[in-house]
Write a protein that binds this ligand. Structure first.
Ligand SMILES: [Mg+2]
Length: 291
């Protein structure tokens, strides 16, 4: 009977091996390193292991990298702001650089509003003035806000969205509604589909992470918890991906499980996976497990 490399133990060993071979790491934040107000088991050790060879790549659209760096330090994770790539900030920079004259109706946190002004975006609040609507995770989203956005879009403004995640994991198994949930309301009310979605699985964030690290895709591994954003985004760029958490393709419940040396490697000279397996093969095996 032939041996299939699909048991959890083998995948876990393969994932550990992929990380051991990785030169650089692009790591997701929510559900991978932190869950709301706490660091996830193993997060600090993983970042310490890759100390100057990782970047956090997150669909977060409420914080700035500066603000998030401070928040993470309180959770025991020391991450310099220049190694945090966020969908909200990146969307604002895209707008400021590629559409500097556009009048922007921005539905976002106060922090992202301040960041947009600092980047030179021309922010407007009236529906008749907007050329572009940028939708981020706006905690003060309301019926009034929805009405202004929907009518701006119906008048011809284009819809840019930081990320399309419906939720992210919160504490005690709860979910936190995300920008994608607000997007569903906007699309329902306006009949207008997004012109541009910046966050994963689109390639912009991973490309920016690679650029900041001076990293090569072939020696970079993505670690995340969501097959639809982290997994799909990595696959589109040919990056290896290791998933943790609750999803079907996950190799361990938390990143702590990625740091454990596989027993087979220590005691058996011929483990079921081959040590020469490339990280992309690891990813394919994970994909097989999902499908
Ligand atoms: Mg996540």
């Amino acid at each position: 009977m032939s041996t299939h490399h699909t048991t959890t133990g083998t995948l876990n060993a393969g994932a550990v091996h992929a990380l051991a071979q990785a030169r650089h790491l692009l790591v997701d934040l929510d559900g991978t390193l932190v869950r709301q107000q706490e660091a996830i088991d193993g997060a600090a050790r993983l970042l310490a292991h890759f100390h100057d060879r990782y970047a956090i790549v997150s669909n977060n659209s409420t914080h700035t990298a500066q603000g998030l760096s401070v928040r993470l330090r309180k959770l025991g994770l020391r991450v310099p702001p220049e190694r945090i790539v966020l969908a909200g900030e990146l969307a604002v920079r895209q707008l400021a650089q590629q559409h500097p004259q556009a009048r922007v109706l921005l539905a976002a946190s106060a922090a992202l509003q301040r960041y947009a002004r600092a980047q030179g975006c021309r922010l407007v609040s009236a529906e008749a003035e907007a050329d572009i609507v940028l939708l981020a995770l706006d905690m003060h989203f309301s019926h009034t806000r929805l009405s202004v956005i929907a009518n701006a879009l119906r008048r011809g403004a284009r819809l840019m969205v930081t990320n399309a995640d419906a939720t992210h994991p919160g504490p005690h198994g709860r979910v936190v509604p995300e920008t994608g949930a607000l997007l569903a309301a906007v699309v329902a009310a306006s009949g207008v589909q997004p012109w541009c979605v910046v966050g994963k699985p689109a390639p912009l964030l991973f490309e920016e992470g690679l650029r900041r690290l001076g990293a090569h895709a072939g020696r970079t591994v993505v670690v995340g918890d969501n097959p639809l954003t982290d997994g799909e985004g990595a696959a589109r760029l040919g990056l290896a991906c290791v998933l943790v958490g609750e999803s079907p393709g996950a190799v361990a419940p938390t990143v702590a499980g990625l740091l454990v040396q596989p027993v087979s490697e220590a005691v058996e000279p011929a483990p079921q996976y081959r040590l020469s397996d490339s990280t992309s093969k690891v990813w394919r095996s994970v994909r097989t497990e999902v499908s």
